[in-house]
Design a protein around this ligand. Structure first.
Ligand code: ADP
Ligand code: MG
Length: 391
């Protein structure tokens, strides 16, 4: 299970945990290497010991046997409080303190560390910005005044507060609707690209594992590692029936979770400003096969899809006809893009930059070509492997 060129940040050696009053271990003889600066996903069925494993890493619970090596140092018996300050933790049920403001929630660890008020305040605002929430608007609110997605963002901000090198995330996006979850996953990946934290990310959802993980450990009962590999290799070469059952059908669709929008060719789509005269809009529609135009604002931000027939029906302003445009950013996955296409009347996915300004569109035909390439690559890869095995 060596991790080629990357350094190991945390190593578990023969770690076991049997909870008091039970006889069967929740985690049994686990050896695990957590690579520095990557997201390692622990994925497995409910009850297999994922949460227990995370709690063992930051010593919220004590192992019954085994050793934990953190950055070269045996931390199996150091002061657990000190250890925890080097490790951010996002728990399964968000767990914001309901009686504290958002600011006070995020400031929990910096306060423990004795930071000055000024430093805490600027850190809180910086983190709210980072997770996409306006500090002025949210800093002084209470958790019950947030949506589920916002509470999750604050949970992530709180774990990042003291800039720990390691983050443990226990099903952090579990309890929210699929669209918000997708958005949070993408935002988090963008943040991680900058921060390069060492992250252990727990989920029971294989799609989430494939999307988020640099590496994945597929766990069976008692946290036994069934396979430890890159997402690509787990999809292409599941080691046994347990892993392939867990992956389930539709490996190609799952493979779309591995590819980013920024890696695919974008097409251009005719745009018209929201204040354009009708004649101009109609001219733009003539250049597209299906008679659609994309209406944008002064900042080139996509507003609405307007069809030729919309203009024939009414003379309302452009921003009041047609349909709103859903958009994705460059770090979204091709799976997200497909999702968007299936819900868009134009069958293309509109790509925007960080400021929500138009970048291009992905057409269904382009995505199809990419899928065919992926299937071809997988076949070649598979043939090679079969040849090695039979040689
Ligand atoms: P997962 O997070 O993968 O769903 P857990 O680590 O929470 O699994 O639980 C693993 C096993 O340990 C389960 O059988 C669970 O019932 C048991 N378990 C978890 N926490 C405790 C506890 N505090 N006391 C006794 N048994 C526990
Ligand atoms: Mg759990």
């Amino acid at each position: 299970m060596s991790t080629d060129d990357t350094k190991t940040m945390i190593r578990l050696e023969g770690v076991s945990k049997t909870y008091p009053g039970t006889t069967v271990p929740a985690v049994s003889d686990l050896d695990l290497e957590i690579p520095e600066g990557e997201i390692l996903v622990l994925v497995g069925p409910s009850g297999c010991g994922k949460s227990t494993t995370l709690r063992l890493i930051n010593r919220m619970i004590e192992p019954s046997s085994g050793r934990i090596i953190f950055d070269g140092e045996d931390v199996t018996s150091v002061d657990a409080d000190k250890l925890r300050r080097r490790i951010g933790y996002v728990i399964q049920q968000i767990g914001l303190f309901p009686h504290l403001t958002i600011k006070a929630n995020i400031a929990t660890v910096p306060k423990l560390l004795g930071w000055s008020n000024d430093r805490i305040e600027s850190r809180v605002d910086e983190l709210l910005d980072l997770v996409g929430m306006d500090p002025g608007q949210y800093r002084d609110r209470f958790p019950k005044e947030l949506s589920g997605g916002q509470a999750q963002r604050v949970g992530v901000a709180r774990a990042l507060a003291a800039d720990p090198p390691v983050m443990l995330m226990d099903e952090p996006f579990g309890a929210i609707d699929p669209i918000t979850r997708d958005r949070l996953q993408n935002e988090f990946l963008r943040v991680q690209e900058e921060l390069k934290k060492t992250i252990v990310f727990v989920t029971h959802d294989i799609d989430e594992a494939i999307k988020m993980g640099d590496r994945i450990a597929v766990l069976g009962e008692q946290s036994r590692i069934a396979q430890f590999d890159t997402p690509e290799r787990i999809l292409a070469f599941p080691v046994d029936d347990f892993v392939s059952d867990f992956i389930g059908s539709g490996a190609t669709l799952k493979g779309l979770n591995l590819e980013r929008v920024r890696d695919i060719k974008l097409d251009d789509f005719p745009r018209v400003a929201s204040g354009s005269p009708r004649r101009e809009v109609q001219a733009a529609m003539e250049t597209t096969p299906d008679g659609w135009a994309m209406v944008v604002d002064e900042g080139e931000r996509p507003l609405r899809w307007v069809h030729r027939s919309d203009l024939e029906r009414t003379d309302k302003p452009l921003v009041e006809v047609g349909q709103p445009i859903d958009t994705i950013e460059q770090n979204a996955t091709l799976r997200d893009a497909l999702e968007l296409m299936l819900h868009s009347s134009t069958a293309c996915a509109t790509v925007v930059d960080k400021d929500q300004a138009y970048v291009g569109v992905i057409r269904m035909t382009t995505l199809n070509e990419r899928i065919e390439e992926m299937q071809h690559d997988a076949r070649v890869h598979y043939d090679e492997l079969s040849r090695q095995v039979s040689a």
